[in-house]
Design a protein. Structure first.
Lengths: 387, 381
């Protein structure tokens, strides 16, 4: 017969200070783990959701990002009419040629600048990115020095509020609109008219081209066709894959999260072990009594394991609760692939919360096993005889 | 029995509990000293910068090039010792894991004048200057990649569409950060690219601290109304810009550090509360024997400090030993060249341990010693 869980709960309550301190130390470790990992998952999420499954990004061969790539006008004209590119109602291929540059802008309250991406787009560039949504002001007009700024950049950087003037290229540009792009990498960009940007920077080539494939099956063939034409020296890639490669920037944050979680987790295990050993030794006569009453040894083992798991699980739950408020806080870091700032929000995902709970149960399991097995191996006669 | 012996005996009484607590605190302080070391390392990189060296870049961003004629113009300005054009190459050596050093195209003569912190044997200097495809590499990187004078190094272009075939003609020594670099002839790169005449940034050495502000202003105002306006700042300010790109690192690390300290506090307080609880009657006996309350308190608190200090020593010294024996540059792909857990960091860690020991033991010990002798003796633990 199993020992009722009520016995464990009451025992934990009798020693409530010690119980609470153990729970809290486990909660702290779980909270740090979730906190740091939510930073990494926010960054990764911003990047992996940026691409559209049907979009194909074309760059110069051997370039590592759009920034270092160039696509000639002839090259763009050649690839957009290839088989496999989706056409609109008028029979025109859905494609966009864009120019990407970076400028250096100071954040609010700082003198040092950080790099921000300026993307020159055309009308089709916007329709190729369905998550783009203008939330304030209006769209820039082609042929004018006007920009629309993502909300995340506008909140964090100087000269980027609605109505401000942003100096780059050959003069000032007016900020006429604020946009959101569904927490993607485009939420860290400033968009302008591609032809105006080309004129300001004396650019005769584009940085990259974006094509919409007719259907998922034709993507591989389309990529092969683009790369087969050696005249333009181009390489193509699914847009999704391009952004997924950049998630490497989240690597150091993840490494930090795992490092802290593992080391502190082992430490918290030891702390839980201490508490459980103390519980076992305080209750040695109770355990002896239970054994004499006929409870089996495995029932004792199981009961103390349950107690350790209750401790750990409470810690895990509190840790999850503590980490929730950071969800959605916007921050930014360097995307080393594009050498520019990427804004993103801490993202406490359900998966992370589950991972936090599992992590806490693991601590309880490891921390509880040795004390519990010690309890179950007691010799009742010997214990009862002790003063 | 002396006080010291008494504390020692008590700490060793429940050996398993003491060891578990020491290990738990040790692990937490290992994390803490790692975090402190990371922050210090960034600060140290800033402090190692030469106060007389300026970095000139395109006003818009580091990725925008400047014309190469700026070099000669800056060279002639009063207060300037030398101006060295630089082009960051950012190529790949074998693969990402092996590319743990920066690569710059430079004008060798100017670079050797401006880069005061490093030393190159003079015969190697001459060899570097003479040969168009020559390169010099930092000593620590040469040792790691097993480069000898005369070895060939191929760098695959990532940003530039060309590959460099270089020959090692010199090995220089400097700080570990300085040594994480390779320099080659910018002229060689220019030739491969068809001579666009571009320079990424200039390193400018000035003659005295008084010249810093004046030369910066002169440079920026000279090129103000050109196609490529400049921004000149000290090497320190330039590096700070890189750090600020990483985001709010200090807040992140301070928050994590705070939570880690709080966790240690909880773990220690729990252990000491358990120990004190078991000894309520003993404490009464001590008091009955004539030990004052302060005496008993001091005994208990010393015990707590002995435990946390042991954990502190384990964690901090452990971190120092560990980080001095692993190749961090390869682990972090050059992000951290070295992580130095200094004596100062260890001292900070130990001070934190002592304070935590005092606070964590203070509360339960105060409660226990407040009981009268009669109450204490009657206590059932």
């Amino acid at each position: 017969m199993a020992i009722p869980i009520k016995y464990n709960l009451r025992s934990l309550f009798v020693r409530r200070i010690s119980t609470l301190m153990t729970i809290l130390s486990i909660a702290m470790v779980v909270a740090i783990f979730i906190g740091v990992m939510s930073l990494a998952s926010g960054l990764e999420n911003a990047l992996v959701t940026s691409g559209d499954p049907l979009n194909v990004l074309v760059r110069r061969r051997a370039s590592d990002s759009e920034l270092s790539s160039s696509v000639s006008r002839e090259g763009f004209q050649a690839i957009r009419y290839l088989d496999g590119v989706k056409t609109d109602d008028k029979g025109e291929p859905i494609s966009a040629a864009e120019i990407v540059i970076i400028i250096n802008l100071p954040k609010h309250g700082e003198e040092q600048g950080s790099n921000v991406i300026i993307r020159g787009v055309g009308p089709s560039g916007i329709s190729l990115r369905p998550k783009f949504k203008l939330v304030e002001g209006r769209m820039f007009q082609p042929g004018l020095r006007e920009v629309v700024v993502s909300r995340a950049i506008s909140q964090r950087f100087q000269h980027t509020a609605l109505g401000d003037h942003l100096p780059f290229g050959k003069g000032d540009w007016s900020v006429v609109g604020i946009f959101e792009a569904g927490n993607t990498a485009f939420d860290s960009e400033i968009w302008v008219d591609v032809n105006q940007l080309a004129a300001d920077y004396n650019r005769t080539t584009y940085s990259s081209a974006l094509l919409r494939a007719a259907d998922p099956r034709s993507i591989d063939d389309l990529i092969a066709r683009i790369e087969a034409d050696r005249r333009y020296d181009l390489t193509a890639q699914r847009e999704l894959a391009y952004y997924e490669e950049q998630t490497a920037s989240a690597g150091p944050i993840k490494a930090l999260g795992y490092f802290i979680a593992i080391v502190m987790g082992i430490g918290a295990c030891f702390a839980a072990m201490n508490t459980m050993y103390a519980a076992v030794s305080y209750r040695s006569r109770e355990i002896a009594t239970l054994l004499i009453l006929g409870y089996r040894r495995y029932a004792i083992l199981f009961s103390f394991m349950v107690e350790a798991l209750i401790l750990a699980l409470s810690g895990g739950l509190i840790g999850c609760l503590l980490s929730l408020p950071i969800n959605g806080i916007t921050t930014g870091t360097a995307n080393w692939q594009t050498f520019s700032e990427i804004a993103f929000a801490f993202q406490v995902t359900p998966q992370l919360l589950v991972a936090g709970i599992i992590f806490s149960l693991l601590m309880g399991l490891l921390g509880g096993f040795f004390p519990a097995s010690r309890a179950s191996r007691q010799k009742p006669a010997f214990t009862m005889r002790e003063a | 029995m002396s006080y010291r012996g008494f504390v020692w005996k008590n700490a060793a009484r429940n050996r398993r509990r003491t060891i578990l607590t020491v290990l738990s605190i040790g692990l937490a302080l290992f994390v803490l000293s790692t975090l402190v070391a990371i922050v210090n390392q960034f600060q140290k990189n800033l402090d190692e910068s030469n106060a007389l060296r300026l970095i000139v870049r395109h006003k818009v961003s580091l990725a925008n090039p400047m014309p190469e004629r700026y070099g000669a113009q800056i060279d002639r300005m009063p207060g300037v010792v030398a101006a060295a054009p630089m082009q960051w190459f950012g190529g790949l050596y074998i693969d990402k894991k092996n590319t743990d050093f920066a690569q710059f195209g430079c004008d060798p003569e100017a670079m050797l004048k401006v880069y005061t912190g490093v030393s190159v044997p003079s015969d190697q200097q001459d060899a570097f200057i003479k040969e168009r495809t020559a390169a010099i590499v930092g000593k620590s990187k040469a040792e790691k990649h097993n480069w000898k004078l005369g070895d060939r190094i191929t760098l695959t272009g990532q940003i530039f569409p060309v590959d460099l075939e270089l020959t090692v003609r010199g090995i220089f020594s400097g700080t570990l950060n300085d040594e994480a670099a390779l320099f080659f002839h910018r002229d060689y790169l220019e030739e491969l690219l068809g001579r666009p005449g571009n320079v990424g940034h200039y390193w400018v050495l000035v003659d005295s601290p008084d010249s810093v502000a004046r030369v910066s202003d002169t440079i920026d105002s000279t090129f103000q109304n050109t196609d490529a306006p400049t921004k000149t700042e000290t090497e320190r300010a330039f590096q700070q810009g890189f750090l600020s790109m990483l985001g709010n690192l200090n807040t992140l690390i301070a928050t994590i550090g705070g939570v880690v300290i709080f966790t240690i506090l909880l773990v220690t307080a729990n252990t000491m509360a358990m120990s004190v609880r078991e000894r309520v009657r003993e404490i009464a006996v001590l008091k009955a024997l004539g030990f004052g309350r302060v005496n008993v308190l001091a005994l208990l608190m010393s015990e707590g400090v002995v435990i946390t200090l042991a954990g502190g020593i384990l964690g901090c010294v452990g971190a120092r030993l560990l980080f001095s024996s692993v190749d961090l540059a390869a682990f972090t792909q050059g992000f951290l060249q070295v992580l130095d857990v200094t004596a100062g960091t260890i001292a900070t860690g130990l001070a934190i341990s002592v304070v935590i020991g005092l606070i964590a033991t203070g509360l339960p010990a105060l409660r226990a010693t407040k009981l009268t002798v009669a109450e204490g003796l009657r206590h059932v633990g």
